[in-house]
Design a protein around this ligand. Structure first.
Ligand SMILES: N[C@@H](CCC(=O)N[C@@H](CS)C(=O)NCC(=O)O)C(=O)O
Length: 210
């Protein structure tokens, strides 16, 4: 939805309960996963495939014009699942004892992004390529958005020493393409999920609410 908003495409959104997926959704989503974008009756799935489809069909372009830079952006987008696995492991950390190991793993991934931005960008950002949102930003935004919410209260220090990724995260979480891409109940539901799963971060949110 971030790319749809960045390209000001008109669309209708239907939210589903992932714990009780409706039959119509299972019929159009081969792996039973969101997001799915239905275009003229044809369902498209996988975020990157959807984003690339939108890039090919709707202006303004969000990829860099330079083919080399575009290829490098795509390569960093391919790193999202590796990055998000370790970031989710940090969210789902069950207790303080597990924290150092989870933190180190997440920081190792973030360090790669910090170096990528430092080496490739050549300007003050704050987004991955410069002053505007791009497809690589859209790919990382959901995870950096969640990380920012966790960090607000859990203060694990996961972004300490990474000024470029910190500024990038701040820019993404202040961008309406990102903030309006989630349901208004997103934050409460995300935090509620951390609390109900008994996560370390969830316990801190629960404590803060008391
Ligand atoms: N590689 C997929 C991953 C999609 C994905 O994992 N979606 C999650 C929510 S963010 C989902 O639908 N989970 C429900 C499930 O697996 O049952 C993409 O980028 O579209």
């Amino acid at each position: 939805m971030i790319v749809l908003r960045a390209k000001t495409v008109e669309f209708q959104v239907t939210y589903i309960d992932l714990s009780d997926k409706p039959d119509w959704f299972l019929e159009i989503s081969p792996h039973g996963k969101v997001p799915v974008l239905v275009v003229d009756g044809t369902p498209l799935f996988e975020s990157n495939a959807i984003a690339e489809f939108l890039e090919e069909t709707v202006d303004p372009p969000l990829h860099p014009r330079d083919p080399v830079q575009r290829a490098r952006n795509r390569a960093w987008t391919d790193f999202v699942p590796t990055f998000s696995d370790d970031v989710y492991d940090l969210f789902w950390c069950e207790n303080e004892a597990e924290l150092p190991e989870r933190l180190a793993a997440a920081r190792e991934r973030i360090a790669k992004l910090e170096a990528a931005i430092a080496e490739e960008r050549g300007n003050d950002g704050p987004y991955f390529n410069g002053d505007g949102i791009s497809l690589v930003d859209a790919a990382y935004a959901p995870f950096l958005h969640r990380l920012a919410i966790v960090e607000e209260k859990a203060k694990t220090g996961v972004l300490d020493g990474f000024p470029l990724v910190s500024a990038w995260t701040d820019a993404l979480v202040s961008d309406t393409c990102v903030t309006e891409s989630v349901h208004e109940s997103f934050r409460d539901r995300f935090v509620g999920n951390l609390v109900s799963r008994g996560c370390y971060a969830g316990a801190i949110f629960a404590e803060a609410a008391e």
